[in-house]
Design a binder for this molecule. Structure first.
Ligand code: LLP
Length: 421
């Protein structure tokens, strides 16, 4: 469910016409609906409320959309944050997420990033290797701190999603292999500067089947039982994120948060631990679109190319994962065409859709790439020296540019001429 709909023949984000916005800010631009973000967060938080001991923590995976206004919208609703870099930590704090609702994940945290987390007083670090336990113990000791940690395990569960976004399989770089997790917990408990309080896992993203997540949670529970039996209190269990969103109307919708929560309730029945969740895509995926203008339509030998002013540098998912984003006109029409929708970037991979049946478009028509709220603007680059596009947030009839379009001159200003040139 989102708040992008056609009113008076034009696609609106809540009460704001996207055509009008395109006139004001130029294309391409991302547009986010705050009502959609709020709704998704509330639906998820309400579904998991009451699970586990104490208040569950819904820590939004900042990587999905780190825009300050997106984070501030979520912070106002009480969301926590799951961060994976010093940059994400700084953003979450700047947006008003309380430090004690921030979890620091990631397979390669550096000492300066650990230090930033310790200085901010975050809730916990999810550690992903024995080497990291030793490194964090040292950084924490240097700060005279005792930091809460969870052992992120690799549960060896194949999540059944795209290989590039699977993180729970045995050979993935993430987490400590589950058979070594007990020993890692004990190792951490041996450091005065570390306070192991929990276990964590995240097996992948855009999951459309709940059973791998359930297997993972069951394994986390067995691990926690074993640790408790050995006298180690386990008071927090972080079950990660991963719930998928609908990208295509013609495919079955992924499970709803209510079904996900029912599964978690079943898998965690009788546990006495606070539950932590790290949803990203589920909260913001359908809360954003990328608006673009058709530059021209080009006849190939066998294909018709629609060349848009947005490219793979603005929205990488189709090119990187073969991901599907629905493409709709801002002014719906009945005529249709079969087209290959591409961007202007000098790569054949700069293709959004291949031979797709879309509404007929021509030069100057505006189109929207749907479901572009997660892993979209945040994965943009300036390849081909194309400026990063602006992000606009809408709330009712209000709108604001919440990230500026960077200008070619500003990009050029970052470079310098070597003294010998
Ligand atoms: N927690 C951890 C430790 C993660 O690595 C991730 C995502 C999440 C939570 C959030 O997962 P979500 O609920 O959003 O599925 N760029 C890819 C997605 C990469 C996901 C990486 N990790 C894409 O565009 O599909």
């Amino acid at each position: 469910m989102d708040h992008f709909e056609i009113r008076n023949g034009v696609m609106h984000a809540e009460d704001v016409s996207l055509e009008a916005l395109a006139e004001r800010v130029g294309t391409p631009f991302y547009c986010y609906s705050s009502a959609t973000i709020e709704r998704h967060y509330k639906v998820f938080a309400e579904a998991v409320a009451g699970l586990g001991d104490g208040d569950p923590l819904v820590a939004f995976a900042v990587k999905a959309n780190p825009n300050l206004s997106v984070l501030a919208t979520l912070a106002k609703l009480g969301a926590g944050a799951d961060v994976v870099s010093g940059g994400e930590l700084a953003r979450a704090l700047a947006a008003g997420v309380p430090a004690n609702r921030i979890v620091f994940s990631g397979v390669g945290k550096q000492p300066h990033e650990m230090a930033a987390g310790i200085e901010a007083g975050i809730l916990q670090f999810n550690v992903e290797s024995e080497a990291e336990i030793a490194m964090l113990a040292e950084v924490a000791a240097a700060h005279d701190a005792r930091v809460d940690i969870a052992i992120r395990v690799n549960p060896a569960v194949e999540p059944g999603t795209h290989a590039k976004i699977s993180t729970g399989g045995q050979d993935s770089k993430f987490g400590i292999p589950i058979e070594r997790a007990h020993a890692a917990f004990v190792m951490a408990a041996g450091h005065a500067s570390l306070n192991p309080v929990g276990v964590a896992a995240h097996i992948g993203s855009q999951l459309t089947d709940l059973s791998p997540i359930e297997s993972c949670i069951v394994r986390l529970g067995a691990l926690a039982d074993g640790l408790r039996a050995a006298g180690h209190p386990v008071t927090r269990i972080d079950v990660g994120g991963g719930l998928g969103v609908p990208y295509r109307a013609d495919q079955p919708a992924p499970p709803l948060p209510s079904a996900y929560a029912a599964m978690v309730a079943r898998a965690t029945r009788g546990w006495s631990a606070r539950l932590l969740f790290e949803p990203g895509r589920m909260i913001v995926g359908n809360a954003g679109v990328l608006v673009s203008t058709v530059i021209l339509v080009k006849a190939g030998t066998t294909k018709t190319f629609v060349v848009a002013d947005a490219g793979m540098n603005d929205l990488l998912r189709p090119s990187l994962y073969g991901a599907w984003h629905d493409i709709r006109t801002l002014r719906p029409r009945a005529d249709r065409m079969v087209a290959t929708v591409v961007g202007p970037v000098c790569e054949s991979g700069d293709t959004f859709a291949d031979d797709r049946d879309i509404e007929s478009v021509t030069t100057g028509d505006r189109i929207a790439f749907m479901t572009a709220g997660a892993y979209a603007a945040t994965m943009a680059s300036t390849y081909n020296s194309r400026p990063l596009v602006p992000e606009v947030m809408v709330s009712g009839d209000r709108w604001a540019v919440v990230s500026e379009r960077n200008q070619p001159a500003a990009m050029l200003a970052l470079d310098t001429r070597a003294p010998w040139l």
